[in-house]
Design a protein around this ligand. Structure first.
Ligand code: PLP
Length: 403
């Protein structure tokens, strides 16, 4: 570690960024230079153990030999980026075949650029079928920031101020089977015509809140009963972080439409084939399915997760992490730990305490993120080892025990 973080090289980049770029959601002064396994190195040679996996987007960590092999294959390709919904490529075909192998049976896929657009196209598929009726979504949800998806996001006011909304009915996201509103969607659908129900099963940005089984079961049952598509947003939870390919597998349900991105390397909307828009060009985008490298890395990522049993690793390492973190609950401002697999939230009593600890962890060499109002989010790469888990717990223990 340099004596002062950020070091001189990082400081130079950050000052350029502040001068010329929008000051977005940067958490701390980390300028990524490279990485190996679960370690990220900054421009000044400082090394950080990564408990963020770039918000779930780097499930194989960094410099994974399989990923490097794919990148090497494309290092001489001058057609790595194409108009992927206008021209075919073998990577597109191979990627959707690989993706289909982990989706519910008979689902089809539309590729797009980002998580928000994966949600955007999920709701478009539902609107196409149902008409421009209100959509149902949950308080505390995060579905992205494009204007359609943003309507159904409600995790922080800063995302929404002065932006117009589509018609929406918001319901409580129930985390306990004994919640009085756990079955509230049934009377709601009886009284209102709606275009879709959209939810995460584990709220990501909203604070790593795990939905109650009864709640998701009630959404599924009522959606089927009233013929309303159930859209499950797996952008953050999908492709392994909960210890299953999809978080909804923990609930014994399947969606009608779903969104994925991040760990998949490519944004994707997947749907029951009966819901496919009948007219061919209802959905498209220049770059949707257009990065041949991303699709090749995405297909390889799925194969590596399967080959190296990384879902089991996520379950095991997540269990060790949660057990270790439970030791901190009730001490020094930590009030709760929750999550599934390697998607773990550590709740603080105050937001200030959470912010202070994220900054201190950064300086001690551990990358974590905030989620919701007061939670610290832990979502390490799926390749994390027991030694790295223990190293992370040691740093957490030393930082959390300070005042
Ligand atoms: C559940 C969920 N949906 C949608 C999105 C939006 O994805 P993107 O940032 O790629 O647009 C996110 C991003 O964090 C997410 O967590």
């Amino acid at each position: 570690m340099t004596a002062k973080i950020p070091g001189p090289n990082a400081r130079k980049i950050i000052s350029r960024m502040r001068r010329y770029a929008y000051d977005s959601t940067f958490m701390y002064p980390l300028v990524i230079a490279n990485g190996h396994d679960c370690t990220i190195e900054d421009l000044d040679g400082n090394r950080f153990l990564d408990f963020t996996s770039n918000i779930g987007a780097c499930p194989l960590g960094y410099s994974h030999p399989d990923v490097l092999e794919v990148l090497a294959e494309y290092s001489t390709s001058g057609t790595h980026k194409i108009a992927g919904q206008d021209f075919y490529s073998k990577e597109h075909a191979e990627f959707v075949v690989e993706l289909a192998s982990i989706l519910p049976r008979r689902f089809k896929v539309f590729l797009i650029n980002s998580g928000a657009e994966a949600v955007e196209n999920a709701i478009k598929i539902a609107y196409r079928r149902m008409g421009p009726l209100p959509g149902v979504s949950c308080h505390g949800a995060f579905h992205g920031r494009t204007l359609g998806a943003l309507t159904f996001t409600s995790s922080k006011p800063v995302h929404k101020y002065n932006f117009p909304e589509l018609p929406v009915i918001r319901i409580k996201f129930c985390t306990s089977d004994s919640d009085a509103e756990v079955d509230a969607v049934e009377p709601l659908l009886k009284e209102n015509k709606v275009a879709f129900i959209l939810t995460e099963t584990v709220q990501g940005e909203g604070g790593y809140n795990v939905a109650s089984k009864k709640f998701i079961g009630a959404l599924r049952r009522s959606a089927t009963k009233y013929g309303v598509p159930l859209i499950l947003d797996e952008v953050q939870s999908g492709v392994g972080h909960t210890g299953r390919w999809w978080a909804f597998e923990h609930y014994g349900v399947e969606p009608d439409i779903m969104s994925a991105a991040k760990a998949l390397q490519v944004g994707a909307t997947a749907y029951r084939r009966e819901l496919e828009p009948r007219d061919r060009s209802a959905l498209s985008s220049t770059w949707g399915g257009g990065s041949r490298i991303d699709m090749a890395v995405g297909a390889r990522t799925i194969r590596v997760i399967r080959r190296d049993r990384l879902l089991d690793n996520a379950t095991r390492m997540g269990g060790i992490l949660r057990k270790g973190l439970r030791e901190f609950v009730g001490k020094k401002g930590v009030s709760d730990v929750r999550g599934l697999g390697l998607m773990i939230g550590l709740e603080f009593e105050t937001r200030q305490r959470r912010e202070k600890k994220i900054a201190e962890l950064f300086r001690a060499g551990l990358l974590t993120l905030g989620a919701g109002q007061k939670a610290l989010r832990i979502i390490p790469p799926l390749v994390i080892t027991r030694e790295e888990v223990e190293q992370g717990l040691e740093i957490l223990s030393s930082v959390l025990s300070r005042n």
